[in-house]
Design a protein around this ligand. Sequence first.
Ligand SMILES: [Fe+2]
Length: 406
Amino acid sequence: MWLYKVLVGMNKQINKLVPIPFPDLHHGAGCIKDAASLLHAIGVKKVFIVTDNVLVSLGIVDRLTELFDKHRLEYVVFDGVMPDPTIATVDAGVEAYFHGNCDAIVALGGGSPIDCAKIIGAKVVTNAEVKALSGKLKVRKKLPPFMAIPTTAGTGSEATIAAVITDPASRSKFAVIDPTLVPQIALLDPELMAGLPKMITAATGMDALTHAVEAYLGSFSNAVTDRYARDAIVTIFEQLPRAYRDGTDLYAREAMAMASYQAGCAFTRAFVGYVHAIAHQLGGFYHIPHGLANAVLLPYVLRFSAPACRDRMSELAALIGLADGENFIDAVEKLNQQLDIPTSFTQLLEEDIPEIAKRALSEAHGTYPVPRYMTQSQCEALLMQLLPIDNRFGDGNNHAKPSLRS
Ligand SMILES: [Fe+2]
């Protein structure tokens, strides 16, 4: 493990040398109406809107294009982004961008459209194959003017240097990481989130919590990231159950949008940990939604990490108002219960566990500043706890299942 510590230490020093910008942030109910004037102000002539067909069918894309029509801003709509966008989707997007003679990108949607749009922008300016952009600092060129309008509160992609893309050939995901991927403008409008289904509200909100918690507990944390992480954690414990119960509660929706942004600001500087490393593999293997995978994994990974970061976890317990003796991990489990998050994965197959663990550790080690290192067998043991309960007993009896869904 000493080698991983050395590599992580080197990464920490490199991180200090690479400044990460903040987006020009706009937020508030109805603030989407400012999108056209903000783009006009920076000289944009024709926008490439990257989104998905669900947002088209919900009329959310029309809200944006009607505004652009009204303000005489030309646009092309690219609605081909699916969950877990692939290299082929990025390639199709780049072709459509050039075909449309666009000069700016607006990403409208959840993490998938925003990440896909970032990599489209990176390919537009580098003309590199998407796989060649994998890893850190491979873009190194300013993207076209880029506005992110998230329609979920979770990924924080509107504030981050990273974008994740899927390679279906290898059933894996990889990240493109470069400060040039931070959107120039982020626009958080809770009205666009009011119609989000409950399950997506829960899963994306827990993704944001995971960003903040992993950033807080990792060894890259500093005073700036701590402030963002703490603000996000307090808000999420207070407001996520409200947004889950009543999706039209615009106060809770806006608070969650800000918490997601703050968690994004924290983890893009302080990184994530094993929850994300394992969740990425579960996404690649079984298409388990990222936020749901994080939510289920978070208490298990926290329990593993606790011996190495008890003081920091106690700080988090105090922060969310727990009494002496009450435990932050229990509070996370309670929050999961309030949000009807399951405690295991129906899709997980025992025979896949060694490979999932191997890939997760390979992603994390040397890169993620985790508070406590995990061995292959410890990671496999953790994953064994996440098998559907019938599989865990292995005796063929029909044991009662907890409520499971993805
Ligand atoms: Fe995440």
